[in-house]
Design a binder for this molecule. Sequence first.
Ligand code: HEM
Length: 117
Amino acid sequence: MAVAAIRYLVGFFGKQKFDSFSETLIKAFNAVIGLQALMGLALFIWTWMEEGFVRQRAEHGFAMIVAVALVGALSSRWKKLEDNKRYRNYFILILVVFAILLAGMLGLRRDPMALFS
Ligand code: HEM
């Protein structure tokens, strides 16, 4: 994510052409979070059957699925944008999704603020 964010930021300010590396980065990002969501979903169903329903896990799953859907839908919708806008939009998308992922992961912890103390 950090590599992609930096590449898109440099591309945006450098007014560069949207190259194949940038293309690969967004595809890889889509693939990795998509796969993670599938594994999470399997784990969610598994733990639901074994240990019963846990609200925090469902909230986590919901937040993550929203994040994955956002990346998938917006990255394909913005494919035909001019290069500079594509860099800008992808950069913002990564920041927003990072925030959702972080919130979704912290929500699983009993005491998230303990991480900072
Ligand atoms: C981008 C997608 C996702 C990321 C980055 C992610 C990340 C994580 C992380 C960091 C943990 C904690 C692991 C640990 O502390 O040992 C976790 C656990 C878990 N995730 Fe996800 N997850 C994603 C998607 C999903 C989805 C879509 C679901 C279900 C619909 C899901 C269900 C679960 C469950 C059930 C656990 C175990 C919770 C527990 O141990 O109480 N995840 N995930």
